[in-house]
Design a protein. Structure first.
Length: 202
């Protein structure tokens, strides 16, 4: 009988642990997807803002002032690795920081683009160039790591609490009655039919 109660306890606790771990993994994946989407939206918004600021300056061919606008737009944003503005011929005309004259190919960067569009009254929209923004993925890695640690701690605490509650429930409502039944069966199999079988169930 003890084997049965041990197996039952292990199976239930194993299912509880697997459910807790699976829930934790799914929540971390969801959190990572949300953070990734937010970083991409931030990058697209910044690229569009810089492109909108550059419209008048690109019409006037004042690319040096576009560089000033870029520097102003990214001031104090540690997530931006570089911003580059290209003309409609694909030539790099403005960039920030000064060391970003050449595009950097790195796997830890998230690169987004936005066209520089000129729309005047009823004339067709004209593409005057594009703005490229490279964002650092360190924030994503940092937030993901933080989420993993929090989810791991939450999973351990939740599992421990649920395991304790489940164990107390099993012990009181399943294991004790089974142990009592085991005692009655042992007595009856030994030939003792003198004692009644008592139960507290109604």
């Amino acid at each position: 009988m003890k084997r049965l109660s041990t197996k039952l306890s292990l199976i239930i606790l194993g299912c509880l642990l697997a459910t807790s771990v699976l829930t934790g993994v799914l929540v971390v994946q969801s959190q990572t997807a949300i953070i990734t989407r937010q970083i991409e939206e931030d990058g697209r918004g910044l690229a569009k803002t810089v492109a909108d600021l550059a419209v008048e300056l690109t019409i006037a061919e004042e690319w040096s002032r576009v560089g000033d606008q870029i520097a102003f737009a990214v001031k104090g944003n540690p997530q931006v690795v570089y911003i580059q503005a290209y003309d409609d011929a694909g030539k790099l005309r403005a960039w920030f920081p000064p060391s970003a004259e050449k595009a950097v190919e790195r796997s830890d960067l998230r690169v987004v683009e936005s066209p520089i569009l000129v729309a005047i009254d009823d004339l067709p929209t004209e593409v005057r160039g594009k703005v490229v923004v490279a964002l650092n993925n360190d924030r994503l890695a940092e937030l993901t790591s933080s989420s993993v640690w929090r989810m791991t701690a939450g999973t351990v605490i939740t599992f421990s609490f649920l395991a304790l509650v489940l164990w107390l429930f099993l012990r009181g409502n399943v294991l004790k009655p089974l142990a009592g039944l085991d005692g009655h069966v042992s007595r009856i199999s030994g030939g003792d039919l003198t004692k009644p079988i008592l139960t507290d169930r109604k």
